[in-house]
Ligand binder design. Structure first.
Ligand code: G3I
Length: 467
């Protein structure tokens, strides 16, 4: 991306987050500050979300870096190691050493991985830059198939296509060698990724799309079209590189919400905010609260750990200073996370309704009755011969410390792999228990796990038992 036009002083005033929430009619869940979590990952998890960071493989041996990484974050995005130039330096010759290193360290610390990025106009190897037409299109699909297959089962979500739209007001696609292969290159990339790894959530990712503007509307129209035509897209990433030229604006929440209403998850994927002190802290708080106010905003990733790790270190845009100390922005982000999140009854309908605490200006007659324990809903992606089931576990009116979900599979169906859970059994009545990092769920908050199988997936509402 182009850095120069984006450097302006951050807007000094930001809309009060509470006003944004009330204006949007968002439903706030009970915050439970008595049990406030003390790390970003744990606090986000209590709202059913993740908090991640970009990671550079060569920094993993730095103990200050890895200590913060493993204490604070539960999702990692390889900053450069899974890009085309890194994974296929020579055509059809693949190199996974650095990417594998990040995946392996993530798995050993119960962190999930956001793959980044399968198809992008930038950071292409030299041999791809010199291709065009059908040769480039074939090279792209071959690349996606190989990389997504190599990491199959290890990736929570893939940035399948990155930064394909132009800046400015045109609403046009960015001109690039990939775009020159035909306007359908993006949907071909998504279909190719789905075929290679059906369990990974497939995302479109871009910058300067955080608020409502011509570029984000162009992406919105593409996602709407994809959903209408059945192109497999599950999520949209909003990078969140903020500075004076692209300040945090008050319409981020509304922008996330309009994408979510299309039926995709939304995530803040590369958050960094130029600045310092209270102004930067306020901006971090606003972005976190915007995500928390949208039920399908299920995660936030910052683009690096310490300021010195940033691709634009001189802007001091991150949550830890060069020595690894927590900045005011860290505290603001953590406090915002601990203020609680939302669930969306239109996208997840538990069998028992969660307790909600409505803003004082909202109508309390819409508040459903309190119920302890937990409930679960299933969302099924079925194709001929197989399926992926995503299960959402929602706590009732009290915090739970563990859960077991019971699912009955139709005759002939079998579980082949699962994530964020420990499965018992593979056919008939199968039970799924929490793992170490997702058993604790605050009152009315949610967490997700999933499994892949052969045959026909479960359609009945799962049972949920809380501990
Ligand atoms: O690894 C080489 C090293 O061998 C060489 O000596 C050195 C000389 O410049 O370059 C090193 O590679 C650099 C690489 O980062 C690793 O540090 C590249 O030059 C440099 O271009 C690359 O920058 C990355 C940039 O993407 C490339 O576009 C940044 O680290 C990375 O943070 C940044 O991330 C992007 C996202 O992928 C997409 N969204 C925007 C975001 C920020 O630009």
């Amino acid at each position: 991306m182009n850095r120069s036009p984006r450097r302006r002083v951050l807007a000094a005033t930001l809309s009060a987050a509470s006003a944004v929430l009330v204006a949007s009619g968002a439903v706030l869940l009970s915050a439970g500050n008595a049990n406030a979590a003390t790390t970003l990952g744990a606090s986000a998890a209590a709202t059913g979300r993740y908090f991640g960071t970009a990671v550079a493989a060569y920094k993993l041996s730095d103990s200050v870096y890895s200590t913060i990484l493993n204490r604070e974050f539960d999702m990692v995005t390889p900053e450069n190691e899974m890009k085309w130039d890194a994974t296929e330096p020579s055509q059809n010759s693949f190199s996974y050493t650095s990417g594998d290193q990040i995946v392996s360290q993530a798995q050993s610390h119960n962190q999930r991985v956001r793959g980044h990025a399968l198809a992008w106009h930038s950071q292409q190897p030299g041999w791809a830059q010199s291709l065009s037409g059908t040769a480039l299109r074939s090279a792209m699909t071959n690349h996606i198939t190989n990389v997504a297959t190599h990491y199959k089962g290890k990736i929570y979500s893939w940035d399948v296509v990155n930064e394909a739209f132009a800046d400015g007001t045109s609403g046009a696609r960015r001109s690039s060698n990939l775009q020159n292969t035909g306007n359908d290159w993006i949907e071909v990339a998504f279909r190719t990724a789905r075929a290679a790894d059906p369990a990974a959530k497939l995302c479109y990712n871009d910058y300067n799309t955080d608020g409502i503007n011509a570029k984000s509307t162009a992406v919105y129209n593409m996602v709407s079209d994809f959903k209408t035509r059945g192109v497999p897209i599950d999520c949209v990433g909003f990078q969140g590189h903020f500075n004076s030229a692209s300040p945090v604006t008050s319409d981020i929440q509304q922008n996330l919400a309009r994408f979510a209403a299309l039926g995709v998850d939304v995530q803040i994927t590369e958050l960094d905010i130029a600045g310092s002190g209270t102004a930067q802290a306020t901006s971090y708080s606003s972005v976190v609260k915007a995500c928390l106010a949208v039920a399908r905003c299920n995660g936030i990733t910052v683009w690096g750990i310490r300021d010195s790790d940033s691709w634009r270190a001189s802007d001091t845009p991150l949550l830890f200073d060069n020595s690894g100390n927590k900045k005011a922005s860290y505290t603001a982000a953590l406090d915002a996370l601990n203020s609680g999140g939302t669930t969306n009854p239109t996208t997840s309908v538990p069998t028992t309704s969660p307790t909600t605490v409505l803003p004082s200006t909202s109508n309390p007659t819409t508040s459903p009755p309190a119920t302890a324990g937990c409930s679960a809903t299933v969302s099924l992606n079925q194709w001929s011969g197989g399926f992926v089931a995503t299960i959402k576990v929602t706590a009732g009116s009290a915090k739970i410390n563990g859960w077991t979900v019971g699912v009955t599979l139709p005759s002939g169906a079998a579980v082949t792999n699962s994530w964020n859970t420990t499965a018992s059994g593979s056919s008939g009545a199968v039970s799924f228990a929490n793992v170490s990092y997702n058993g604790s769920v605050n009152a009315a908050a949610s967490t997700e796990f999933g499994f892949q199988g052969t045959g026909v997936g479960p359609s009945a509402t799962p049972t949920c038992t809380a501990r």
